[in-house]
Structures are given as C-alpha cells and as structure tokens.
Design a protein around this ligand. Structure first.
Ligand code: RB5
Length: 151
C-alpha cells in the first residue's frame, strides 16, 4: 500500500520507527518529515499527509504529534480526508469499520511506539464495513462541499 507519514518534533522517533516497520512489511512509504526534533508547526505536516491522501499520491496517511489532536484537527480540514485519532484497538478498528478513516493520527506522548505499531497494523488490515456506514460516510464527505446546509 502507498502510505504517506509525517510528524512534528514530538513524534520523530515514533515516525521513524513506524516508517521502517512499514517498509519492512512491504509498503511503499513516503516520509514527509519533519526533519528532526527542532520545534516545528504541526499543521504544515498534517497538511502534507492530508494532501497526499486527498490528491491520490497515497492511499492512506499516518500523522503523528504529541497528542495526535492537532494533527487530526488540521488533516480533517482537507477535503476527502477522514482522519481518526486513536489510542486503543477498539477505536482503531471502529475508525476503519464504521468511518472508513484514511488518515490515522496518534500521539507519541500518549502511547508507546510499540503500541502505535500494533494499532497501525490493525488499522491497515481492517476493512470498511460499508452498508449503513457508507451512507454516513457519504454524509461526512458532503460536508466538504456543502458546509452551510441548513439543519
Ligand atoms: C507540540 O508541543 C504539541 O502541541 C503537538 O505535538 C501536538 O500535541 C498538538 O496537538
């Protein structure tokens, strides 16, 4: 699978390790930074992953920061992106089965890198369940172009 990955300074070690594991597992990984542990602004790295996914350069994205919160907020501003912040197996599985998440966000100050790798593998292998969830995901997608639809 083509996977874009990025982090801010808070998750460099996690990103580097996950990118290596993904490559060893046979994935085509594009590492979009950041360069090192010097402080950077996470929205720029979230945008890079999100645009890679929305533009089709990557099938999935992984966006990491201290909590994963900022990355998920920023990534979800890009049309076509459904970024999910997860920290355990249940939310990870649900983000795929129910929400068809295409960007996975995690926090390096929240979970250990080994846990993040376990969650990432689970996320990549879990299929979208479709059916009634497809209708709901389509309603999410419509918000990209109809943000002011009356209630
Ligand atoms: C950086 O200190 C921190 O704010 C960032 O990594 C992330 O947690 C933002 O949501």
């Amino acid at each position: 699978m083509k996977i874009a990955i990025a982090s801010d300074h808070a998750a460099v070690e996690m990103r580097t390790t996950l990118a290596q594991h993904l490559r060893e597992a046979g994935h085509d990984v594009t590492d979009l930074g950041c360069p090192d542990e010097q402080s950077v602004d996470y929205p720029q790295y979230a945008e890079a992953v999100a645009r890679a996914v929305s533009g089709g350069a990557a099938e999935r994205g992984v966006a990491l920061c201290g909590t994963g919160i900022g990355m998920s907020m920023a990534a979800n501003k890009v049309p076509g992106v459904r970024a999910a912040l997860v920290c355990d197996p249940f939310t990870t599985r649900m983000s795929r089965e129910h929400n068809d998440a295409n960007v996975l966000c995690m926090g390096a100050r929240v979970i250990e890198t080994e846990t993040a790798w376990q969650l990432l593998q689970l996320w990549l292998e879990t299929e979208f369940a479709g059916d009634r969830h497809a209708r709901r995901v389509e309603q999410i997608n419509q918000l990209d172009t109809s943000p002011n639809r009356p209630a």
